[in-house]
Design a protein around this ligand. Structure first.
Ligand SMILES: NC(=O)c1ccc[n+]([C@@H]2O[C@H](COP(=O)([O-])OP(=O)(O)OC[C@H]3O[C@@H](n4cnc5c(N)ncnc54)[C@H](OP(=O)(O)O)[C@@H]3O)[C@@H](O)[C@H]2O)c1
Length: 305
């Protein structure tokens, strides 16, 4: 089997982005032609008072893609760190997401203006619908306008499962550049790839480290593969996504882990390694049941913006 067989059906272009500690970051090209780093830093469950410190340390480590969301309540801290970093805005790739309670054309537009203010920037690089609930078509109209106005360089969705994704992408004018999904070695998201390939929509993996589960971080298969390259199971799991052309956005509040998670560009996985990881797939479409009303009730209660 050729290495390319493992890579998702989208066209991936790798170009050197930046040298940091002898690491060459890679980018992939979105369906509107803009480049996105293939590795980023995520801030889910980073408390507001920690967001500035964590983002600053991630930027110091070399991350240039920062993934936040209205529901994380930490856009302000991200904005503070970005402003203080002195890094030219065009070198950064900032992602935020419109929360369910802000769905609909007017609310989405208004809430996005608030996000821009908190992030202290004139534009984001990628704006996503966070979950496929509520008036997503209204939100999309607001997002298409933001895109046309240059306030979002690309727009996309998150947690849109295969049928929902097709239903949505087949009718909207601007096709989603990204679908951010739970994806890791334990949840490989293979079945949705052909649907996303129709629109050249790239996958961005949330929970790339299994949200810190021992099933992944102490996995014997990943441990054995990592031993060959002097890498940890976490690094093998992240590299496995990169090999498939999937953007990974690991989160850590610890600088040494941010650094370890960044050190995945100095080795590659063999065809045999990739084959050995395939059977780790426990739940292809992820571990959340998005069709369960109790799930929706629970998250609405969790993030009452
Ligand atoms: N679109 C969505 O609905 C959605 C949902 C969830 C997440 N996301 C995005 O995806 C990002 C990543 O997902 P996630 O944060 O849920 O999970 P994750 O990145 O898979 O895992 C994070 C967990 O792993 C730990 N960890 C990180 N690096 C480690 C390492 N090298 N060794 C051992 N443990 C390590 C972290 O602990 P410490 O912090 O203590 O180091 C944290 O508990 C989020 O931050 C967010 O930006 C999006």
């Amino acid at each position: 089997m050729k290495k390319s067989d493992f890579i998702c059906t989208c066209r991936i272009i790798y170009v050197p982005l930046r040298q940091k500690n002898n690491i060459t970051m890679q980018t992939i090209q979105l369906n509107n032609g803009i480049d996105m780093p293939i590795l980023g830093y995520g801030l889910f469950q980073v408390p507001p008072h920690e967001a500035e410190r964590c983002t600053r340390e991630a930027l110091e480590t070399g991350y240039r893609l920062i993934d936040t969301a209205q529901a994380y309540a930490n856009e302000q801290g991200v904005g503070d760190a970005v402003r203080q970093s002195g890094i030219p805005r065009e070198e950064l790739f900032i992602v935020t997401k419109i929360w369910i309670t802000n769905a609909g054309e007017e609310r989405a537009a208004r809430s996005f203006e608030q996000s821009l203010r908190k992030l202290q920037t004139d534009y984001v690089d990628l704006l996503l619908i966070h979950q496929a609930y509520g008036d997503v078509f209204g939100s999309w109209r607001a997002m298409e306008k933001a895109y046309a106005d240059g306030k979002a360089r690309a727009i996309g969705v998150s947690n849109f499962q295969a049928c929902r994704f097709y239903d949505f992408a087949s009718v909207v004018d601007v096709k989603p550049a990204v679908n951010q999904l739970q994806c890791c070695v334990l949840s490989q998201q293979r079945t949705i790839l052909p649907e996303m390939a129709r629109y050249d929509t790239k996958m961005m993996a949330w929970g790339p480290l299994g949200q810190g589960s021992d099933d992944l971080l102490k996995n014997p298969v990943l441990t054995a593969i990592g031993a060959k390259y002097g890498k940890t199971p976490a690094q093998v799991a992240l590299r496995w996504l990169i090999e498939r052309g999937i953007v990974a956005i690991p989160k850590s509040t610890h600088k040494e882990r941010m650094q370890a998670n960044f050190e995945i560009f100095d080795f590659s996985l063999s065809q045999e390694d990739m084959k050995a990881i395939e059977p780790l797939n426990q739940q292809d479409t992820g571990f959340r049941d998005f069709g369960d009303p109790n799930y929706l009730r629970r998250i609405l209660g969790m993030f009452d913006l």
